[in-house]
Design a protein around this ligand. Structure first.
Ligand SMILES: *[C@@H]1O[C@H](CO)[C@@H](O)[C@H](O)[C@H]1NC(C)=O
Ligand SMILES: *[C@@H]1O[C@H](CO)[C@@H](O)[C@H](O)[C@H]1NC(C)=O
Ligand SMILES: *[C@@H]1O[C@H](CO)[C@@H](O)[C@H](O)[C@H]1NC(C)=O
Length: 172
């Protein structure tokens, strides 16, 4: 009897898992002018890779656009509406699991090496980074040290609209 129950439970959980869309793990974040996905991220319109940076040895890491010639790109996972990524801290030696902070209008997408409350990020249709379900609102703005930095609803005149896609392979 006990065996039977277990078998049924196993069967149920297996079918539930397979019914859900597979969640992307260890993805890269890229910016592009298009909302539609591409099998090959290199073919996304005006695609750019992104990388973490720390303008002034401040606590929060930001995300900036980066061209070809980088050493490596950060990978991300989504956990309770929060993006997580591993990076070295301000001293540049120890690695921490950075968590994104709750995304707010006119602010950069920020990451802190501390525990964060449940966030407001999600992957719309499994690949489009969205805030409270909104996929439009990401902007690339001229930030500190002349870097192109990702903001949510940046209003500065330098800001250009963009989409952020979660992809498994770097565009370049
Ligand atoms: C992706 O597209 C680029 C540019 O069109 C091409 O050079 C590359 O070989 C493609 N990669 C794959 C895995 O098809
Ligand atoms: C980031 O959040 C996770 C899950 O809440 C937590 O386990 C981890 O310790 C946090 N990172 C740091 C550096 O505190
Ligand atoms: C926004 O787009 C314009 C026109 O393509 C470009 O000159 C400018 O550098 C872009 N701004 C940022 C922050 O990338």
């Amino acid at each position: 009897m006990r065996f039977q129950t277990l078998t049924i439970l196993t069967f149920l959980s297996t079918s539930v898992t397979t019914a859900l869309p597979t969640e992307l793990k260890d993805f890269l974040l890229v910016t592009t002018d298009q909302a539609e996905p591409s099998i090959n991220s290199s073919n996304l319109r005006a695609v750019s890779a992104t990388s973490l940076f720390d303008p002034y040895k401040q606590p929060a890491l930001l995300l900036r656009l980066i061209g070809p010639g980088y050493n490596s790109l950060p990978t991300f996972n989504l956990n309770s509406g929060t993006l997580q990524t591993i990076s070295t801290g301000p001293t540049g030696t120890d690695e921490y699991l950075y968590n994104s902070t709750k995304v707010q209008s006119c602010q950069e997408l920020q990451f802190l090496a501390s525990e964060q409350p449940a966030g407001n990020l999600g992957l719309d249709q499994g690949y489009l980074l969205a805030v409270d379900g909104e996929r439009e609102g990401w902007t690339i703005c001229l930030g500190k040290l002349d870097q192109d930095v990702l903001y949510w609803k940046g209003t500065d005149t330098s800001c250009n609209k963009t989409f952020i896609h979660a992809v498994t392979k770097a565009p370049y």
